[in-house]
Every structure is written in C-alpha cells, then in structure tokens.
Write a protein that binds this ligand. Structure first.
Ligand SMILES: [Fe+2]
Length: 300
C-alpha cells in the first residue's frame, strides 16, 4: 500500500482541542483493515479521552502514569507477569472471564489465570506427588474430569500449579530454581485424576513491585484465599482455567483479585496417620481434597 492510500482524509489535525481532538483521533481508525480492531481502538480512545477529561489529568500525573506502566514492563519477564497482576487487581481479568464464559451452570466456573503460570511444567503420572520439595502438609487431591452431561473425559490434560505453605510459588523462590508444586498429568480412561501435593495456604500477591505500590496507596489487602490452580484441556471442549479454593479460608470474601466463586470452594479434610485413599501408608497426618471438573463442549 502506498503512502497516499494509507493517509486518512476525513479530518484535519490542526488546532484541535476537546471534542474535536477526540473525533479526529477516532477518525484515524476509519480505514482500519479489521472491523474488530477499529471497534476496539475507537472505544478505547473514547474511554481514555473521557477519563482524562473526567479527572482533569495533570501533566505530573500523566508522567507518573507513564512511569508506572514502564516499570510494570521492566519487572515483567517469563516468570513474573506484573501486567496480568495489574489486570487482576483492577478486576479486568474477572470481567473478561465473565463476558467470555457465559455458559451452562453445570460447567465448572472459570477464574483468573494469575501471574504464576509457567509454560513447560514437568510431566507426572496420574497419582504422582507433584510437591517436589514444596513445604507444607501432604495433601491427596483427586476427582473426575467430566463433560457437563456427566460423561468421563479420558486423557484430559490437567495442569496444576500452587504455592507452598509459606505462600510462595516456585518461581518466587530466591534460594533455589527448583520447580515445585507445579506439573501436568493426564486423567485415566474413566476421567479419574489424582495427585499428591501440599495443602494450600492463603498468601499475599507480590507486593515488591508496582502493583504492590498501588495496593499500598489504596490501603488495600494483598491477600488471596488458599487455592490450587488448574488448567484442563480436552480436545473438543472449552479449556477450563480455574482454581479450587479451601473451604473456611478467612479471605474467601476479600480476595485481592476478585476470583472466588462459591462453586469452586471445597473442603480439605484432615486425617490422622494411616492409609490414604490411594493405598499409600502415611506416617504423618495428611489431607484429602476431592473435586470434580465439568467441561463445556465446543459448539460446532
Ligand atoms: Fe495463585
């Protein structure tokens, strides 16, 4: 495309202010090659301009905002996703999830992806211990992966990640680079899954970066109720990204990222030393968690 055909001709850019300026910027998207891109960008510009006018943004605040976003970019790498965390604490993540997951009530609810997922987790066999050195009390987690019609979904790929009992994910550890509390496995032919790990505990989201500054300025709690992350993939079904939350946790109604759904809360039951549900002999007290996941078929 040559420069002349690229150039929008429906507006001028000189001496613009207020509403004329907004209209001129909106017009620059009129020739977009994608209708969806045009709609998203024009709406974004309308809302950003309205926001700047609404708060009468000062130049100092504008510089501060640019600096804030820059620092979020600088602290983000392949093991720390501060942009996702910002989206989470502003409720944007849950809004996007709600809009895109208006599904059958029989399906397991989705919740935030969070900033601690890492590609390429170790593979385990169904029934293995994924704790791999994570500190905490042993917990046997098990259940089924089913369709919303109740049919077992064999070979469902189940990705699990969780914090240790100090509230840290492996990627947050300063001392070691060991992968712990993280892995993937496949359900058996009857849709059964099970694994050992540690009982999750409530934890604060990372406060040592720009998101922490924002929480501090707003006098907001960084705490999240105890949970285990799951991502379940089955061909022909909508991928489920969710958590299972620990019943009775004190932060279930004050989650820093607004991610709790009542249907995702379940009990983690304590047992004295003895035989676990998988036949393993336990010399120390242990916990069990049972949860079934229900997936939505993808409509043709
Ligand atoms: Fe988490």
């Amino acid at each position: 495309m040559d420069q002349d055909t690229k150039k929008p001709i429906t507006y001028g850019t000189r001496n613009l202010a207020d509403e004329d300026l907004t209209q001129a910027v909106l017009a620059t998207f009129e020739n977009s090659s994608s209708e969806r891109f045009q709609k998203v960008m024009q709406s974004l510009v309308r809302h950003l301009h309205a926001f700047v006018k609404d708060v009468e943004l000062t130049e100092e605040e504008w510089f501060k905002g640019i600096d804030y976003l820059t620092r979020i970019g600088h602290i983000t790498d392949d093991q720390r996703q501060e942009f996702v965390l910002l989206s989470d604490i502003l409720g944007i993540s849950m809004l996007v999830i709600d809009i895109n997951n208006k599904q059958s009530p029989e399906a397991t609810a989705s919740t935030v992806f969070g900033p601690f997922f890492v590609e390429g987790s170790p593979r385990f066999a169904n029934g293995d211990d994924i704790a791999n050195g994570a500190s905490g009390e042993p917990c046997f987690m098990h259940g089924h992966v089913l369709s919303i019609a109740g049919e077992p979904l064999p070979d469902a790929r189940i990705e699990i990640w969780q914090a240790d009992d100090n509230g840290f994910y492996d990627v947050q550890s300063q001392e070691s680079s060991q992968v712990y509390g993280r892995g993937h496995l496949y359900a058996d032919e009857a849709g059964n899954y099970s694994f050992w790990s540690v009982r999750p505990e409530a934890y604060p989201i990372p406060e040592d970066g720009p998101v922490g500054e924002l929480l501090e300025a707003a006098n907001r709690s960084p705490m999240r109720p105890a949970h285990v992350h799951f991502m379940i993939k089955v061909p022909g079904y909508k991928t489920l990204i969710t958590h299972v939350f620990k019943e009775g946790d004190q932060y279930l109604d004050s989650d820093a990222v607004f991610g709790v759904r009542s249907s995702l809360i379940t009990s983690f039951d304590r047992h004295e030393p003895g035989i676990a549900p998988d036949g393993k002999k336990m010399d120390v007290p242990f916990y069990t968690m049972h949860y079934d996941f229900f997936l939505m078929p993808i409509k043709e």
